[in-house]
Write a new protein. Structure first.
Length: 186
């Protein structure tokens, strides 16, 4: 994301059309107002970049190199309440290479930043893991798939119940999906 500072409304509008964040300066003559205006601009810039710093730190905590594409994909995952499929990401990033998006998701999954969900639709969906999650069977939670809108949600407070597994078997993952109508469609 590029930030430009402009004294001119026409330049500011042009920057907005180019997907740049623009802060238009207004001519202020009184020294006190200039000081307050500078503080306000600084606060805006800091809030814009604070989100990206937080995302970058989240990647670094999982030993994932924070590339531009990884930051953008993580931003989408953080901002969505529902799980996202590869197809959803392709629609959001039309110019991005499908293989790059797929590798990004697989890297996130291998490093346990996200988990995949098989909700019965035929395509995997991905959602952020909770803090401290190791994706072990006891960490896994129930998911809800809305048959109306097609969204899949993590029900993180509802853990998958432990079951007795026959001798000689070892579970590596568990999956439980409820299907019905979500609160938005109900």
């Amino acid at each position: 994301m590029l930030v430009s500072f402009s004294m001119n409304a026409k330049i500011a509008k042009k920057c907005l059309n180019q997907n740049k964040v623009t802060v238009a300066f207004i001519a202020v003559t009184e020294p006190m107002r200039v000081h307050l205006f500078r503080k306000a601009v600084k606060a805006i810039v800091v809030s814009i970049f604070a989100k990206y710093i937080m995302l970058e730190q989240k990647l670094e905590d999982k030993n994932i190199k924070p590339t531009a594409m990884r930051l953008l994909v993580l931003k989408q995952l953080v901002e969505n309440a529902a799980a996202i499929s590869l197809k959803d990401l392709e629609a959001k990033f039309e110019k991005a290479d499908t293989a790059t998006l797929y590798r990004t998701l697989k890297t996130f999954e291998q490093k346990r930043l996200i988990h995949s969900i098989e909700d019965g639709t035929g395509s995997l969906k991905y959602a952020l893991c909770e803090e401290g999650c190791e994706c072990a069977p006891q960490d896994q939670h129930i998911h809800f798939h809305c048959v109306e809108c097609g969204e899949t949600y993590c029900l993180t407070k509802s853990k998958i119940p432990q079951t007795q597994i026959p001798s000689g078997f070892k579970a590596s993952s568990a999956s439980m999906v409820y299907k019905g109508t979500c609160a938005n469609c109900n």
